[in-house]
Ligand binder design. Structure first.
Ligand code: SAM
Ligand code: SF4
Length: 464
């Protein structure tokens, strides 16, 4: 069977070449984006083609308005959990690469996984992203699936993990079925770069050297029954404008082929990784200003697709891009297996890359609250089976305010009761009061108030 063309380089090149920076044209595109209908490839290309700061401010303002219309003042929180850092691949930008002989390699035992999970639960986390390198001699899919089962089964006094997303190398349809049976939420994998020649250069050996196998991962995931998938690129490997259009093409391809687009898009940039020379001097570095444009253009182009930001970025920039379209963030992260154990945090000996945001989870949460956003630990849709197209049907402005906002409020109240510092509690209580006004209909508001009371009295896990 002929492989599908998921990101057509010629079409992307043509869209970039044809992009018009005419101010009138750009304003028409912004007006269209404000109608929440998304943008074509050519329109997205145009929004990335001009330098004018006034026009850029208009793009940012539209991105903020679109984000508020669809997601409201919510930010969903999660934490990564690395099960293993062995890898048979040799990605030139990653510290886990096979040729990095100085990395301290480690595969967590199930007891160690449980220990990490308890530490994350004690910070208030309810959603995990579980990851590993790609070397089945050290960490097989069997072991990884047992690690997922262990994480779901590990409970502390008030803590439990309610949703586990997974970011591992592409699998066969059969193995994706097994992952689905392990009750995962979203399957995430980044293409790294959609530009074939660059892909070849930066992935010299190992399974990952096969572009086609990676770019078709989501097809197999869908065929294996996983209808929530997350795509992304590693910004810095190739021209960011090309990559943004390629992401949009991939999103459209999934929509066209499977009737549902990606659940999320991630926007990682390359950061320094020990013994990974390319990470220190990426071939196509992306500035902070360009990064903001990337987030804003994606938000306007695929308004209903969640957008994920990690702790690679520093706090200041993170807070700026929350306003431009980010809907999910990690907090309190470690990128080394076993990194949540005290004394093992941020260790260059075994971490994947260095982090820009090393604040504690509670400090991140308080800063979010001070910015007017409500942190959400909600897992309601996934647990009620609202995934894939069912989720997309819900992801309409009014409905999100009916379901997601109340669920954000309720899960944040749990956090306040169980884990928040005094300062965060105070800031959080007053934010909840103000955000309650955004819940549509008096009836729903009073339902939320009743459930808040129940949570204050000790009930947990209430959602719509
Ligand atoms: N090993 C699997 C894979 O490559 O798909 C699982 C994910 S890997 C643990 C997580 C992601 O980290 C990679 O897809 C890559 O985009 C990102 N990454 C690797 N090195 C990085 C660096 N120096 N800076 C930022 N992100 C990096
Ligand atoms: Fe291995 Fe993934 Fe790192 Fe590549 S990015 S070396 S595949 S862990």
């Amino acid at each position: 069977m002929k492989a599908p063309v998921i990101a057509d380089e010629r079409e992307i090149g043509q869209a970039l070449d044809a992009a018009s920076a005419d101010a009138g044209h750009i304003r028409e595109i912004i007006a269209k984006a404000r109608e929440l209908r998304g943008l074509s490839l050519n329109e997205a290309a145009a929004l990335m083609s001009f330098q004018d700061p006034d026009l850029e401010a208009e793009v940012f303002e539209a991105a903020r308005d679109v984000k508020l219309a669809i997601y409201g003042r919510r930010l969903v929180l999660f934490a990564p959990l690395y099960v293993d850092n062995h890898c048979a691949n040799n990605c030139l930008y990653c510290a886990f690469r096979r040729d990095n002989s100085e990395l301290a390699r480690r595969t967590l035992s199930l007891e160690e996984v449980a220990q990490e999970v308890r530490l994350l639960e004690n910070q208030g986390h309810k959603r995990l992203l579980m990851l590993m390198g790609e070397d089945s001699r050290h960490c097989s899919l069997d072991h990884f699936i047992r690690a997922i089962e262990t994480a779901y089964a590990t409970r502390t006094d008030k803590g439990e993990i309610r949703r586990i997303n997974v970011e591992i190398a592409p699998l066969s349809v059969e193995d994706f079925r097994r992952l689905k049976a392990a009750q995962i939420g979203t399957y995430v994998v980044f293409q790294e770069t959609y530009h074939r020649d660059t892909y070849k250069e930066v992935h010299p050996t190992g399974r990952k050297a096969d572009y086609e196998w990676r770019v078709t991962a989501m097809d197999r995931a869908m065929q294996g029954g996983i209808d929530d998938v997350g795509i992304g690129v590693l910004f810095g490997l190739y021209d960011w404008r090309f990559e943004v259009l390629a992401l949009l093409m991939h999103a459209r391809y999934l929509q066209r082929t499977f009737g549902v687009g990606p659940h999320t898009i991630s926007v990682p940039r390359i950061f320094p990784a020990k013994n990974a020379p390319m990470s220190y001097r990426p071939p196509h570095p992306v500035s902070d200003a360009e990064f903001k444009r990337i987030v804003a253009v994606l938000r306007l182009s695929v308004p209903y697709t969640g957008m994920i930001l990690s702790t690679r970025e520093n706090p200041e920039l993170r807070h700026q891009v929350f306003n431009l379209g980010i809907s999910q963030i990690s907090a309190g992260s470690r990128t080394n297996p076993g990194g949540y154990v005290a004394g093992r945090e941020h260790s260059p000996e075994d971490e994947q890359f260095s982090l820009g945001d090393t604040r504690k989870t509670d400090d991140v949460i308080r800063a979010i609250v001070e910015q007017g956003y409500i942190p959400s630990f909600c897992t309601g849709c996934y647990r009620l089976g609202r995934t894939g197209q069912d989720f997309m049907d819900l992801a309409k402005p009014g409905l999100i305010q009916q379901f997601c906002l109340p669920n954000a409020i309720l899960t944040f109240q749990e956090y306040i009761e169980d884990y928040a510092s005094e300062e965060t509690r105070q800031a959080g209580e007053s934010l909840i009061e103000s955000v309650l006004q955004d819940v549509p209909t008096q009836a729903r508001q009073s339902e939320v108030r009743q459930r808040l009371d129940r949570i204050r009295k000790g009930d947990r896990d209430l959602f719509f």
